[in-house]
Design a protein around this ligand. Structure first.
Ligand SMILES: [Mg+2]
Length: 223
C-alpha cells in the first residue's frame, strides 16, 4: 500500500559492500567452480574486465547471460547467503523500520533472483514492493535464459520517473556512477560508502545503512 513516500535502493554496492566481488561476479565464479579450465579462464577474464569498468550495459549482460546459463537456484541461494552475511541485525532492523514509513523498492542493473534471495536471507523479502533488474528464467533444470528489464543507468532513472505519479516524495540511495541518473531524478539523493574511503561524492554520503535510514526518516519527518 502506498505510504506517499518511496525509497529506492540500488542493490550491488549499496545494500551490501562489494568485497571484492559483486553478486553477479560471485555467481559467475560459483558456476565456474564446476567447469573446466577454458570456462574458468573466460569467467576470470570477464570479471577482470568488469572490475576494471571496461564493460557497460549490453557488453556485460550478454556475456554474463552466456556464462551463467547453467546456474541453478541453489547457486543463487548460496551467493545470496554469502553476501547477506555482510549485514548486521542492526542493518536489517533499520531497513525494516524504514518500511513502516515508506514503500521500499530496488532498481538495479543486477539480477533480480539474487536480490530476492538476499532479501529472503535478511528477513526482508516482504518489505520491498518492487524489484526491477534482469531475471534468470529456467527453461529446464540446469538451463536458463536472461530477461533484461533494467539495462542501463538511464533505465533506472526512467523507472524512478514511472513512480512519480504515485508518490509525493522519492528518495534514492546508491553507491556509484551507474546510480547517478537515478539519484539526480530523486528528491533526496544519498550515497552509501561502505568502505568509508573518503572519496568525494556529489551527494550527501553516509558510511552505514542505519545512518542512511536515520537521515531518510528525518527527511520524511520534515517533508
Ligand atoms: Mg551499485
Amino acid at each position: 500500500m502506498s505510504k506517499q513516500a518511496c525509497i529506492i535502493f540500488d542493490f550491488d554496492g549499496t545494500l551490501y559492500p562489494i568485497a571484492p566481488y559483486d553478486s553477479e561476479q560471485r555467481l559467475i565464479r560459483k558456476v565456474a567452480d564446476a567447469k573446466g579450465t577454458l570456462f574458468r579462464q573466460r569467467a576470470k577474464r570477464l570479471i577482470a574486465q568488469d572490475q576494471a569498468g571496461k564493460l557497460i550495459d549490453d557488453a556485460f549482460h550478454t556475456r554474463y547471460a552466456h556464462l551463467v546459463r547453467t546456474a541453478t537456484p541453489s547457486m543463487i541461494d548460496e551467493v545470496a547467503r554469502d553476501i547477506s552475511l555482510f549485514l548486521s541485525e542492526e542493518d536489517s532492523k533499520a531497513l525494516a523500520a524504514l518500511s513502516c514509513r515508506a514503500d521500499l523498492a530496488i532498481l538495479t542493473c543486477g539480477t533480480e533472483n539474487l536480490v530476492e534471495s538476499f532479501l529472503q536471507h535478511i528477513g526482508l523479502r516482504e518489505h520491498f514492493f518492487l524489484i526491477r533488474g534482469k531475471r534468470l528464467v529456467w527453461d529446464e533444470p540446469g538451463r536458463n535464459h536472461m530477461v533484461v528489464d533494467i539495462d542501463s543507468p538511464q533505465a533506472k532513472a526512467e523507472a524512478l520517473e514511472l513512480l512519480r505519479s504515485q508518490y509525493r516524495t522519492i528518495v534514492a540511495v546508491g553507491d556509484g556512477p551507474t546510480d547517478m541518473p537515478m539519484l539526480h531524478a530523486s528528491d533526496l539523493p544519498l550515497i552509501i560508502d561502505w568502505n568509508r574511503n573518503k572519496r568525494e561524492y556529489p551527494f550527501e554520503t553516509y558510511g552505514s545503512i542505519p545512518d542512511i535510514c536515520m537521515r531518510i526518516l528525518a527527511y520524511l519527518e520534515s517533508a
